[in-house]
Write a protein of this length. Structure first.
Length: 157
């Protein structure tokens, strides 16, 4: 038997330590939480993407919970439908509950991680991910750091 050690490094920054562009993108993700339709969970998630022009998304719930869609995928699918030739360079995510913005950054669900991975693979470039919490921001250089064992189209060949 062989043991494989998989480790990742994630930067943890205060908002003011980030570039002006990153701060602006995080602010847009925070604002996008206000567009969330989440009457059941009251857990509002907003995502903003950096393309030539930014695209925002927010989670959309449905009483039949699997019918809803996460903010990350809402933003990515919207951007891909309008700007199919442009890659996503950065994705910022913020969340709030009924008491306000979350203290700790939230992490994309498995389905969102897979979609982000497919976009990275499609355009052959990593997507920086900014996970915002009021206590600080996780900066991740590629979704592969959140998904160290990947399944992509090439995996089926």
């Amino acid at each position: 038997m062989k043991t494989i050690d998989i480790s990742i490094k994630i930067g943890f920054y205060q908002v003011e330590e980030l570039s002006t562009a990153d701060q602006h993108l995080i602010q847009r993700a925070v604002e996008a939480t206000g567009n969330s339709y989440s009457p059941y969970s009251r857990f509002r998630v907003g995502a903003a993407l950096l393309l030539a022009d930014g695209t925002e998304g927010a989670n959309q719930e449905n009483a039949a919970f699997p019918s809803g869609l996460c903010a990350e995928r809402s933003a990515i699918f919207a951007a891909q439908s309008v700007y199919p030739a442009q890659s996503v360079t950065t994705l910022a995510i913020a969340a709030a509950n009924e008491y306000g913005l979350m203290r700790d950054p939230i992490i994309p669900c498995g389905a969102c991680r897979q979609v982000i991975l497919e976009i990275e693979d499609r355009y052959k470039q990593p997507i920086r991910i900014l996970l915002y919490g009021t206590a600080g921001v996780y900066v991740i250089n590629s979704v592969k750091d959140l998904l160290p064992l990947q399944f992509i189209g090439e995996s089926m060949k």
